[in-house]
Design a protein around this ligand. Sequence first.
Ligand code: NDP
Length: 324
Amino acid sequence: MRAVLIDAEGADARLVEDADESLLTGPVELDVLFSSYNYKDGLAIAGTGIARRFPLIPGIDLVGRVTGSEVAEYSAGDLVVLNGDGIGESRHGGFATRARVRPEALVRLSADLSPERAAAIGTAGFTAMLSVLRLEDGGVAPDSGDVLVTGASGGAGSIAVALLAGRGHRVVASTGRVEENTEYLRELGAAEVIDRRELGDEVGKPLQSQRWAGAIDAVGSTTLANVLAQTTWGGTVAAYGLAQGMDLPTSVMPFILRHVSLAGVNSVDAPSALRERAWDALVRELDLDLLDSLTTSIGLSETIPIAQRILSGEIRGRTVVDVT
Ligand code: NDP
């Protein structure tokens, strides 16, 4: 099989044309058709601590065709999607032509979605939908008021903007690249685009002017602290990322004086029923033309040089990896 391999902590990732398939273990075996490129894949390839076994095939997403299965639920020919569940971190991932995986987190590919588009959605889109569902479950409705998306031009952020706008929310998109990305974010459905420095440079007062009925946050740190302080009474903030930092210098004031909820989002270990709910909603709601407009495609050999670019926030939207 052809695979990207990381041999050891800190070692350069390399593309191997005839990698040994006996590396792979797991009851469902697949031909991988597509993977996608996420921030975490950049971290793994750059050697910054995401990889938890060596050697490791990175790639936290895969879309593939089952070629053999030791479990009754899947059989040869089935098209499946896998996001997270440790692949690309503690289990071998999608940057290879072959994979063997656990069945627990597999989702059957809908007939309404091509394998390439499912990869374009990938962990980013899945996480965006999990975040949207957190707002929905928290009671944030389209008439509740403005909803903020931070890290809006990133992979998950871009899809969150499209999903929320599609549901009828007035979306405010926060980005570090206002000039470059305003038109792009408006095309995805943002009603307003703001500079992320407005939210994030330093922590403001524990309670600030109420601006957001809900928010979906990619960045953490001072940005998330300020977003919580600006959330309206009873609002929900879904937090999934740490692009700015893993700290959260906040106080209890938004929670005890404004009834604000901070809702965590974890795609990696999401249980099967939640995966099905999110993927069903993605298939129903995501505008596929918009998805195509925010997607670019690369081959396996390009996964290594692109790592630093995603880590420095230069990549916009989603990147599909065509492994074939
Ligand atoms: P991307 O790199 O595609 O997007 C991240 C975006 O965050 C960038 O495009 C940029 O957007 C913004 N950003 C980057 N650096 C900073 C900074 N220093 N301060 C403020 N904003 C910044 O990544 P993904 O969309 O794949 O992932 C985003 C985050 O979510 C990552 O931290 C990732 O690890 C995490 N994640 C978590 C998941 C979970 O299950 N909880 C699943 C998937 C991702 P802009 O230029 O518009 O400001």
